[in-house]
Design a protein around this ligand. Structure first.
Ligand code: ADP
Ligand code: ASP
Ligand code: MG
Length: 412
């Protein structure tokens, strides 16, 4: 039997009615002749609630217990979906990560999948099981402890299963009917894309478009998984949703294909550091050692041998960054007059493979922002993206202005 992976996100399994709706979509694929592996998220809001309980109980929590707790939401939906399918007369069984077993690294809270043995599920499929409902987001490390794959990790579970079981497709059912030129919740004029390349989807995801977890797109690209994003609330046709695929399969080739934003950014400035050889290493080595995920970096021009160094990092890394810099100052490795953390910023980015061969995108982006009176604080570019840090209050305005200036509302 050909295999299909279907993944239902939190809003798609938010209550018993929606779980039944998901079950009927699975039934249709069983009727189409597939053995189906379904990956489920926790009911929407559940994981946030569990994370909140962890923080209230223990602010400096033990990461192994965090995973034991936050992985539990998926267990409930896996069991309920298996029961709903059984009620429809379909032989279905739930699987928690450890039962498969989905083996991961022991990086609790952000574990990486190492291996998915197929023999257990294969044996059950050959005994007549038609649907395996697998709890997403969770796995098990070598030492037998439960792990989780980072927020949004069920997408990655789904793609990894699709690769391991050589599935025909991996369908990601969510609360929007595909990947849009930008988040349709903040730009009414956002346009659904029929197809998007792995490279562009990877950039959009890593720059904040949470419709797919970044790691899931990396895996899909590496294992050439046919990945489709579609709505669990609408009826599908074969061409529904958005296919994430190789660049060669795409006809539409705009220079810019999407705009992403991330609110989870902070800007840190070290005021007046000595401008000498080795200063960047002296600052960024301790930050790296402390696990601070530094993204953008700017060094200002120096005056009298001193300069300001600015960098961005996720808001929840600010405390670690401050501690690392104060420690480096105390040990005499660096010296600075002040450390300013600005949490009221956001990152807005434009993405497109057309940028590889087309100059002027950055200039057009800056002009559009300037026309709206939006001040740019930090800039970074790569081959297929330009990102800027701006005040958080301008986020929607900036996204909309960029969507307009690059003509994303209409197809190429
Ligand atoms: P799920 O719970 O199904 O995993 P998520 O909330 O993680 O769903 O992801 C879907 C959300 O991603 C949408 O509701 C939408 O607001 C957001 N999103 C951000 N950028 C985009 C984009 N470019 N296209 C579609 N959705 C996007
Ligand atoms: N339930 C987890 C989360 O909210 C994983 C997921 O939904 O993908 O992050
Ligand atoms: Mg998600």
């Amino acid at each position: 039997m050909p295999r299909l992976v279907m993944k239902f996100g939190g809003t798609s399994v938010a209550d018993l009615e929606r779980i039944k709706n998901a079950a009927s979509k699975v039934r249709r694929e069983v009727e189409n002749g597939f053995d189906v592996i379904v990956i489920v998220s926790a009911m929407s809001g559940k994981t946030n609630e569990l994370v909140g309980w962890v923080n209230q109980t223990s602010p400096m929590f033990d990461a192994r217990e965090y995973d034991a707790i936050v992985s539990s939401g998926e267990n409930v939906t896996a069991g309920l979906l298996a029961l709903s399918l059984q009620e429809m007369g379909i032989p279905a069984r739930s699987w928690q990560g450890w039962q498969v077993p989905l083996m991961t690294t022991s990086a609790h809270g952000a574990a990486r999948i190492e291996e998915i043995p197929t023999d257990n599920l294969d044996a059950k499929f050959s005994e007549g099981m038609q649907v395996a409902v697998v709890a997403g987001f969770q796995g098990i490390a070598d030492d037998g402890r439960i792990t989780t794959l980072g927020r949004g990790g069920s997408d990655t579970t789904a793609v990894a299963f699709a690769a391991a079981f050589a599935a025909t497709r991996c369908d990601i059912y969510t609360d929007v009917d595909g990947v849009y030129t930008t988040d349709p919740r903040i730009e009414d004029k956002a346009r659904k894309l029929d197809k998007i390349s792995y490279e562009e989807m990877l950039e959009l995801a890593s720059l904040g478009a949470k419709v797919l977890q970044t790691r899931s797109v990396e895996l899909a690209m590496r294992f050439k998984v046919r990945l489709r994003v579609l709505s669990s609330f609408e009826d599908q046709t074969d061409n529904s949703g958005t296919l994430v695929c190789d660049e060669e399969e795409i006809m539409e080739n705009k220079i810019v294909s999407g705009v992403a934003y991330s609110k989870d950014e902070a800007k840190m400035t070290l005021v007046s550091v000595a401008d000498r050889p080795g200063i960047a290493a002296a600052i960024f080595s301790p930050l790296a050692a402390a696990g601070v995920n530094v993204d953008m970096i700017v060094q200002n021009i120096s005056e009298d041998g001193r300069t300001d160094m600015t960098f961005s990092c996720p808001t929840d890394h600010v405390a670690k960054a401050e501690a690392a810099m104060e420690a480096a100052k105390a040990s005499g490795e660096i010296n600075f007059h002040g450390l300013i953390a600005d949490r009221d910023v956001c990152k807005v980015s434009v993405v497109g493979i057309g940028m590889r061969s087309h100059a002027g995108v950055a200039a057009q982006m800056f002009e559009a922002l300037s026309a709206e009176g939006v001040n740019i604080k930090v800039i970074t570019t790569s081959e297929i993206k330009v990102s800027v840090l701006v005040d958080r209050k301008y986020m929607e305005l900036a996204v909309q202005a960029l969507h307009d200036t690059f003509g994303l509302e209409t197809a190429a």
